[in-house]
Design a protein around this ligand. Structure first.
Ligand SMILES: [Zn+2]
Length: 217
């Protein structure tokens, strides 16, 4: 039996990262009565290198809020500029403050070797800020970016069969991203959960690489 409510922090550089990487697990924590904080590092608007707007501020704010509402928990946006998340005292200290204020004992963040600079710097900042946090798990490299020179270690699984629909419903709130990447994007996220589920003999699962995990014997 679980002894006490966990204080969980899920971190994503961008608005839809949490949904893709650990949305089912976050929804499971909410369902179990844990205190959950969703922390997004960047402002939701962003442009392409040539200035074309890929997501407007209004559209982005709405999508981010809707996605967070589906998952549940408290939602914080730190407002760094997209593609320019720092790994410096600016990012470390503000994450540190969120950890302290919410007495966080469990963190989900990007994979350390993710190829997107925002994802990588977010996790470096989380590792520095979370030096006293007992449990830190890194979710899989993101679609469609995230492939790297080395491989993700599938070390820790959560059975998200009961919250898979919620994960997908939350992800669908990010309409601009679904439009940008196409229906295949949703299929790929769903197929990955199915694949990870098969590996541990359940319907759907999310998978993590362990940075630190306190045993509970
Ligand atoms: Zn991202």
């Amino acid at each position: 039996m679980r002894s006490k409510r966990k204080n969980v922090l899920a971190v994503g550089a961008h608005a839809d990262d949490i949904e893709i990487g650990c949305g089912g697990t976050v929804a499971l924590h909410v369902k179990n009565g844990d205190n959950v904080v969703l922390l997004i590092m960047t402002k939701p608007s962003y442009t392409r290198y040539d200035g074309v707007v890929l997501r407007s501020e209004t559209e982005g704010v709405r999508e981010e809020q809707n996605g967070a509402k589906v998952l549940g928990g408290k939602h914080i946006n730190l407002g760094f500029e997209t593609k320019k998340v720092p790994y410096s005292s600016d990012s470390v200290e503000v994450i540190n403050q969120v950890i302290d204020e919410n007495e966080i004992d469990m963190i989900y963040t990007h994979w350390y070797h993710d190829s997107h600079q925002d994802h990588a710097r977010t996790t470096r900042s989380v590792i520095s800020a979370g030096r006293y946090v007992k449990n830190i798990l890194m979710y899989e490299p993101e679609y469609p970016a995230g492939r790297s020179y080395t491989g993700f270690h599938n070390q820790y699984y959560t059975d998200i069969s009961s919250t898979f629909e919620k994960k997908m419903e939350a992800l669908k709130q990010h309409k601009s991203q679904v439009d940008k990447y196409g229906e295949g994007f949703l299929d790929a996220v769903g197929a990955r959960a199915k694949h990870r589920g098969y590996e541990v003999q359940c319907n759907y699962a999310e998978c993590f690489e362990v940075l630190r995990l306190l045993g509970d014997l």
